[in-house]
Design a protein around this ligand. Sequence first.
Ligand code: XMP
Length: 310
Amino acid sequence: MNVRKYITDKVKEIKDTVGAETAVSALSGGVDSSACTMLAARALGPQLKVIFIDDGLMRQGEPEEVRSVFGKLGVAVEIVDARREFFKALKRKADPEKKRKAFREKFYKVFGREVRRSGARFLVQGTIKADIIETRGGVKTQHNILEQIGIDPEKGFGFRVIEPLKDLFKPEVRLVARALGLPARIFGRMPFPGPGLACRVVGAVTPERVEIVRRATVLVEAEFARLKPFQAFAVLLTDRGTGIVSGSRRFGDIIVVRSVDSRDAMTARPTRVPWPVLERLAKRITDELPGVTRVCYELTPKPPATIEYV
Ligand code: XMP
């Protein structure tokens, strides 16, 4: 792949499409939306408004970090606090596809509102090839594949969607991100799903349950960093298991640790983790999150399992 040419072509394409209008970019801090935002910023300069929707389902410290990284690159990021709205939309939804649908609808509603407020006619989004293939194949519905699933973004939400990365797989997106000047902690970052930690909370998605996964994820990422997995994270189950906490029995939460090696997320196999790493991680999770009494390590490849739980 000729990365320079790709960037030049896409910058021109975005410029031509948007013309004298303005566009909004949906930045999440992941490599896809970061690369896509930088492409659009190059193409449009001040005609681009960058919005980060804080849905309450992000990793620890994410909104502040994203603002700081992009600020250093001269791109201003507006953070929209929509946490309450998202939790309300997800309330009492346990079925995975219902959760994804609720997330998707809320995302476009909040975004549509922000885009209308800004007067922009275009939404730039970091959809990549794997998202499109999997949605078409019926593996799942991704939140950012409106046209593929038959929703007209203009009719439904009042704006047109531009997806400059839709011909690329993840490794190519990383090359583009690097060439655009993004730092290693963005271009080398693990994929993170659009619906965020809601994909890793089985059952009810409440702020409290999301916080358990968020804190456990910090520990998983720290302990597994040396292994350089494609993705590593924590999942909260609805099942429980008995443990002993401060000398008394507690029917506590179960955390599953999921770590996979993969090239493009289409297939994946569990990371071979040295036993002492797993033991230390389990100890840290139960020590630092007293509500958690059990920690498991997931051994299923994709297929048959997907990478995320929801
Ligand atoms: P699964 O769980 O289907 O995930 O094996 C494959 C890859 O896609 C990520 N993923 C998503 N990315 N929006 C995204 O942008 C989504 O709705 C979404 N769901 C899953 C997942 O983290 C993995 O890398």
